[in-house]
Design a protein around this ligand. Sequence first.
Ligand code: AMP
Length: 249
Amino acid sequence: MKVLVSVKRVVDYNVKIRVKSDASGIETTNVKMSMNPFDEIAVEEAVRLKEAGFVGEIVVVSMGVAQSQETIRTALAMGGDRGILVQTDDEMQPLAVAKIMKNIVQKENPELVILGKQAIDDDSNQTGQMLAALLGRPQATFASKLFLKDNRAVVTREVDGGLETLEVRLPAILTTDLRLNEPRYASLPNIMKAKKKPIDIILPSALNVDITPRLTTLKVTEPPMRKAGIKVADVHELVAKLKNEAKVI
Ligand code: AMP
């Protein structure tokens, strides 16, 4: 069985985001970039399925600038087998990513596609759902537990009121939630081995897919600064302030 995993190159989650002075977006020059954390979880899950004997091949796909190869290499060092980079300097919105993924899925025919539930840069939470709709395949989003049996995936999802368990027929689309697993760090020997694993580089134009952005960002601004708090002497003063100033009780 083949699994396709998507990995997006995003600003590292530890970096304090800075807004560009012209409010057109966030600063990415000289900023540390890493694999989207939910995609690390997706790669880890695919590797665990391979280690458990369910999966024969893991194909790692990324769309973006040439440096996204590094993100693919990280996934290969974690245990992926080969990579596909759809290389472009253009902005890739979820619908464009989903259309390209659809094209690749139709060529590769994986039984399982695992994406992150959201990319931490755009926070869209759309690509997996769009891909499932475009392909007409079952989807199980926000997976926090997964096991495979009899050509089906049993997926536990974190929903508002608790946990929901779904069974979907394969081939299917899955998106990962935070508690699905804890991704491994790639070992040095595996990082070295990953350098030899193949990465196909293709251009969006070769796929005949319309990737024109559908949304325009008008401006990006910092959240308003929070006002400094004050210390109150005792509970009586707190209650008085909540009643008379904040007017919340
Ligand atoms: P989003 O819908 O943008 O929040 O992204 C959800 C998931 O789609 C991510 O966690 C990735 O697995 C995948 N994805 C989105 N954009 C890309 C990209 N440019 N390259 C590879 N995967 C992507």
